[in-house]
Design a protein around this ligand. Structure first.
Ligand SMILES: Nc1ncnc2c1ncn2[C@@H]1O[C@H](COP(=O)(O)OP(=O)(O)O)[C@@H](O)[C@H]1O
Ligand SMILES: N[C@@H](CCC(=O)OP(=O)(O)O)C(=O)O
Length: 372
């Protein structure tokens, strides 16, 4: 019984170019309608779903009349921009048929490497999910070139899984899962049903893309699973044309390849923070705040902060120290050092009046904090 997807509350579903565009013949309306129906069923089960969809370049090539994938990067970018309109339109229509709204989110890897943009993307996505919207994500191909040359949406799917701490990443592709070797080349290849994400033996099995449309092949999927596992997300690689693939996975049926994460996502996130030796600044907190953090497991509110040391941006890792200089906790700051200095010692209800906006009532949220 495969219960990974059954148990997952927050899921990323990634669909590859070949699937979305019917192997380059044009947007596969029927397949997209089926995934939308399945995602609507998952939402009805209380699961939050983010869709990462490729296919913009393949669809744009068709719309612009390119017979072969252009080698000129700017022509590829033009294809992506044209094709993305088709993707947005068909997803909006297909989900609307089930009473669900969609939102277009275009991201680059650089956006997710920047702490402030990372937090902004995270807040926008979690807000969309809480509003019942299905975010549809793709790379922002207009502003980057490296990712068109080397990038792939498998990695983007994993980065988004890290970003919003998804419980699982489902990668739908044109094969039934990971095989012991590329099944297009080796007829004796067999399906790997279950493995540990990050197992180095998997990388040896994976070859490059099987078609001229897909960019990554199986290797990027294996590496994506490894990356997703770092924040505690499990990965399933399955055939996107398998009937009811998503709903069957959600009901516990084992389909495709399951790559398990070895740590839970809160543990993984906290481990990351504990390992983060270079903290950007410090906040000196009072005895009341120390008790709240250490004994009651609460967030750090500005009212418990005596002093802000150093210069840091929103999302930076900062250390909470006692007046005697003992390090108590480490975590991600919701505010910049300048903003934090203006709200220390103030009740959270006054933040909006002082700063003109609120990123959250706490300076460091409990989920973004690790006790030392
Ligand atoms: N070990 C393997 N198991 C399964 N598929 C593999 C393997 N190695 C390479 N591949 C190739 O990877 C392809 C899927 O990757 P890709 O074309 O990038 O798909 P997508 O567009 O879904 O991201 C398959 O069609 C297959 O030919
Ligand atoms: N942003 C590109 C993604 C290309 C890509 O990664 O494709 P795939 O390997 O099929 O997931 C597009 O929409 O065409």
């Amino acid at each position: 019984m495969n219960s990974l997807i059954q148990k997952a509350n927050r899921l990323i579903v990634k669909v590859g170019s070949s699937l979305v565009t019917n192997d380059g013949r044009g947007l596969d309306h029927a397949a997209i309608a089926r995934w939308a129906a399945q995602i609507a069923a998952l939402r009805a089960l209380g699961k939050q779903v983010v869709l990462v969809s490729s296919g913009a370049i393949a669809e744009g090539m068709l719309r612009l009349g390119f017979e072969h994938r252009p080698t000129d990067i700017h022509a590829l970018q033009a294809c992506a921009a044209v094709g993305q309109m088709g993707l947005a339109q068909i997803y909006e229509t297909s989900f609307r048929a089930h009473g669900l709204g969609t939102a277009q989110v275009l991201l680059t890897h650089a956006d997710l490497a920047d702490r402030e943009r990372y937090l902004n993307a995270r807040s926008t996505l979690t807000t969309l999910l809480s509003l019942g919207i299905v975010p549809i994500i793709n790379e922002n191909d207009t502003v980057v070139t490296d990712e068109i040359k080397f990038g792939d949406n498998d990695t983007l799917g994993a980065l988004v899984a890290n970003l919003i701490e998804a419980d699982a990443l489902i990668i739908l592709t044109d094969q039934r899962g990971l095989f012991s070797a590329d099944p297009r080349k080796d007829p004796a290849a067999y399906l790997i049903e279950r493995a540990s994400a990050g197992d180095p033996a998997l990388e040896a099995m994976a070859g490059g893309a099987g078609s001229s449309l897909g960019r990554g092949g199986m290797l990027t999927k294996i590496l994506a699973a490894k990356r997703a596992a770092k924040s505690g997300a499990h990965t399933v690689i399955a055939f996107g044309r398998e009937p009811e693939v998503l709903t069957r996975l959600a009901s516990g049926e084992p389909i495709g390849t399951e790559l398990q994460a070895q740590t839970g996502h809160l543990t993984a996130r906290k481990q990351w923070m504990a390992d983060h030796l270079h903290t950007a600044g410090q906040v000196v907190i009072d005895a009341g705040a120390i008790a709240k953090l250490s004994r009651e497991g609460k967030s750090l509110l500005p009212i418990g902060v005596i002093e802000v040391r150093g210069e840091f941006g929103r999302g930076a890792v900062i250390t909470c120290v006692s007046e005697g200089g003992v390090a108590i906790a480490r975590g991600l700051s919701n505010y910049t050092s300048g903003e934090a200095r203006r709200i220390v010692r103030k009740p959270s209800g006054e933040i909006e009046g002082i700063l003109g906006f609120v990123e959250g009532p706490e300076l460091i949220h409990r989920d973004n904090m690790v006790l030392l």
